[in-house]
Write a protein that binds this ligand. Structure first.
Ligand code: CA
Length: 231
């Protein structure tokens, strides 16, 4: 599932930078330049996350937070300028999830966005734990609670990173995933190795789950881009 993010920010340059960088991360990003448009898009798009500037023409960010909180639980990440500390506190009190003080780096912002979305996902998973703990992909079965993988009901021995990688690929089955995205999601931001690590682990996984690892039918190489997991 591609997550939808709504950016409500009237500073054109910042809005464009945010949209560009979030799109590069694979999110479905929409932008509103004033409070009225922001509120109506928040209602019609039902985004997974809202990035909300406080000082906006039309309706300001605090008012939007107040209104939206009565209608939905959509997480809100407030973007505040210097000197808006009081508004920041008010925003959090009104139910915003977090804030970023301007100027911030895109890297920092994206890390924060991911953290919020991951938490939401965990909450959702928690709510659906029963259905989510066992996944079937053809003759491949993953028991997430037990951290076990079976091929034709025979248990497979996977290294922890192979397991994480497989789980990530399965969770995004059907989607093309770039090496750098996989690296970031499975190994994390601070991992210093290169994308070659991904290729090596893919090879190991193929040896374990593919009938013919040289002609894989599950973990497909998308040339020049990355990989895709097919059921
Ligand atoms: Ca503004």
């Amino acid at each position: 599932m591609v997550e939808k993010i709504l950016v409500i920010e009237d500073e054109i340059a910042l809005s464009e930078t945010l949209v560009y960088n979030l799109k590069r991360q694979g999110y479905d990003v929409h932008a509103a330049m004033d409070g009225h448009e922001g509120l109506s898009l928040a209602r019609s798009l039902k985004p997974d996350l809202i990035l909300l500037d406080l000082m906006l023409p039309g309706i300001d960010g605090l008012e939007i937070t107040r209104i939206l909180r009565k209608e939905a639980k959509t997480p809100i990440l407030i973007l505040t300028a210097q000197g808006e500390e009081i508004d920041r506190v008010l925003g959090l009190e009104l139910g915003a999830d977090d804030y970023m003080a301007k100027p911030f780096s895109m890297r920092e912002l994206i890390a924060r966005v991911k953290a919020i979305l991951r938490r939401i996902q965990l909450d959702r998973n928690g709510a659906q734990e029963e259905t989510l703990e066992v996944h079937h992909f053809g003759n491949l079965t993953i028991n997430q609670r037990k951290h076990e993988v079976y091929l034709d009901e025979k248990p497979l021995k996977l290294k922890p990173k192979e397991y994480d990688l497989l789980l990530y690929l399965c969770a995004n089955h059907g989607h093309v995933l770039t090496r750098s995205l996989i690296l970031e999601e499975v190994w994390g931001w601070d991992f210093s190795g290169g994308t070659r690590t991904v290729d090596v682990h893919i090879r190991w996984l193929r040896e374990k789950i593919e009938e013919d690892p040289k002609n894989p039918v599950r973990i497909i190489t998308v040339h020049g881009v990355g990989y895709r997991f097919d059921e």
